[in-house]
Design a protein around this ligand. Sequence first.
Ligand SMILES: CC(C)(COP(=O)(O)OP(=O)(O)OC[C@H]1O[C@@H](n2cnc3c(N)ncnc32)[C@H](O)[C@@H]1OP(=O)(O)O)[C@@H](O)C(=O)NCCC(=O)NCCS
Length: 162
Amino acid sequence: MPEAPIEVRLSTAADLPALIARESNPSAHFSQSQFDLMSDGGYYYAIALRDGEPLGTGALDCRASKLCPELKNLWVYPAMRRQGAARAITTFLEAQAAAQGFVEVFLRVDPDNEAAIPMYIGLEYTPTGDHIETAYDQIGADGQVEARVQVDAVYRKSLTVR
Ligand SMILES: CC(C)(COP(=O)(O)OP(=O)(O)OC[C@H]1O[C@@H](n2cnc3c(N)ncnc32)[C@H](O)[C@@H]1OP(=O)(O)O)[C@@H](O)C(=O)NCCC(=O)NCCS
């Protein structure tokens, strides 16, 4: 039987139990906080599913004064990778940006991210040459959360070039 297509849409409260069950660090309440950001406007938290099963999530943040709008927090569950979920989420969030009247989308990425960078290049993102220090929490194998700072490269895509 052919594989069911990937569906991408904005997440709903009904998705939260499945998303929370898949969190590697439940005490960070990541899915709930991403979902809650949508209620203030300018934030879009998308979910990709196949046959009703979550494959991953990503967000578009239209609230910042720079790098606006920014694609962020793209995460596909390890067992669900290389099926096109990240590409589908990114394309969906670009459409959200265009619907809001934006003509470009930004993102930041670790220059050593060997999975994400080919995907962004394939979707016609290009490095701007700028770099940004980004603080994040790294969860060790022992579950300990460690604050890290990483220098990310900024990428941009025009939504108007055909
Ligand atoms: C990066 C990530 C989001 C990709 O998710 P994915 O659903 O596996 O990606 P897709 O299946 O949509 O792949 C799209 C394209 O990206 C590239 N790609 C994806 N994973 C790759 C890998 N491990 N190595 C090389 N290229 C890769 C390929 O060009 C791929 O197209 P193809 O499968 O037709 O060759 C996923 O690996 C992930 O969640 N990583 C951890 C979090 C992260 O790095 N997020 C991005 C932060 S900026």
